[in-house]
Ligand binder design. Structure first.
Ligand code: FE2
Length: 367
């Protein structure tokens, strides 16, 4: 166990991740039937919300909010037109949203929404929002005692269609891609505004392939529950996957959401059966697997068959796999991760990962 470091903003964890999408109903169908998230709450025309529609999908500690505009000329529609479907809000649960907002602003954050309370028969929720990288924001959510399906304004979805058993249990980390030259600014933002600490450092000598390179720094909050790695493109011979993201997303944004599971083979099988394509891994990656990572509980054949990557550090090892982008634009994707002691992010897999991503980039003519 790591010693608990006090968290200046009293951040408990990720409350939800909101995606702005062009069609929330269809996105809800996709995330239910592929990741196995259950639709639990809804807000839209039928609940008196005129300008937008939102679905809340949940599984264990993973909660997605999918929001689409109902009317033309809506700012959410502008967001979707620019970025495609993507992450708008990585909302953080706090004890006191007004205090967190005040502290963030006094530490240099830009306010997007001042503390706003709403209530219904289930209790009250306070929300306040600050700007982060690109058009991404962080909301502070205070919901102590609230026992409704999500927030005031939402109604529970009672008719629940079948949801595949995927084993996804929590959000492990969310990675943001920022523009070349802006790494230090965003490391400073998470350090100064949110009180995070830098966890690991990969320099571009570690993470480079023949064609592309990037820099990555991991910021985490005091309790270690919230982990936000930040990527910046580095000069490579050809376009890096970070540069490709920035081009197609129209600027900085959330690159991937890592979802944890207790049985990665079963989770990958369920997601594949549901139609999620994963990046291919060269068979040579598995040639000397045990030589690189030592003894592991899983059979090499089971991992190779599924394209699951393994990395080890002083504390243990981790298993991980990366999906292909979840929408037409080569932007947001998911990672499935199972930790067996390691608190890292798969540094030793970066090279293998980027080589496999580059093969996909090449197919799209973007390398
Ligand atoms: Fe990751």
């Amino acid at each position: 166990m790591t010693p608990h470091t006090p968290d200046p903003l009293d951040l408990f964890g990720i409350d939800y991740v909101e995606l702005y999408v062009s069609n929330a109903r269809q996105a809800a169908h996709f995330y239910r039937s592929t990741l196995g998230l259950t639709p639990v709450a809804y807000a839209g025309l039928e609940t008196g919300l005129r300008d937008r529609t939102s679905y809340v999908l949940q599984r264990r500690n993973v909660r997605f909010l999918l929001t689409a505009p109902n009317l033309p000329g809506h700012p959410i529609g502008d967001h979707v037109a620019r970025h495609g479907d993507g992450v708008r809000d990585i909302a953080l649960r706090v004890r006191d949203a007004a205090a967190a907002y005040r502290a963030a602003l006094s530490n240099g954050a830009t306010g997007v929404l001042g503390p706003t309370a709403s209530e219904d028969a289930h209790g009250s929720v306070v929300k306040a929002t600050i700007a982060a990288y690109g058009d991404t924001v962080h909301s502070f959510i205070e919901r102590d005692g609230y026992d409704g399906p999500f927030m005031p304004g939402f109604r529970a979805i009672s008719e629940r269609p079948p949801v595949p058993e995927t084993g996804i249990a929590a959000i492990d980390h969310i990675v943001g891609n920022v523009d070349l030259g802006y790494m230090e600014q965003w490391v400073g933002y998470y350090r100064d505004v949110l009180g995070f600490k830098q966890m690991v450092h990969f320099d571009d000598k570690d993470i480079s392939t023949e064609y592309s390179a990037l820099m990555s720094k991991v910021m985490q909050n005091g309790s270690g529950k919230i982990k936000f790695p930040i990527n910046e493109p580095a000069e490579g011979r050809k376009k890096s996957q970070i540069a490709e993201f920035l081009e197609y997303y129209g600027g900085p944004g959330a690159q991937h959401i890592a979802l944890s599971t207790g049985d990665i083979c079963a989770t990958v099988d369920a997601l594949r059966a549901a139609g999620i394509p994963f990046n291919n891994v060269p068979s040579s990656y598995y040639d000397d697997l045990e030589g690189r990572v030592g003894r592991i509980d899983e059979s090499r054949a089971a991992l190779q068959e599924r394209g699951i990557l393994v990395d080890r550090d002083e504390e243990g090892y981790l298993l991980q796999i990366f999906s292909q982008p979840l929408q037409d634009r080569p932007t947001l994707f998911v990672e499935i991760i199972q930790r067996k002691g390691s608190r890292g992010f798969g540094k030793g897999n970066f090279r293998a990962l980027f080589e496999s991503i580059e093969r996909e980039q090449e197919k799209r003519g973007n390398l």
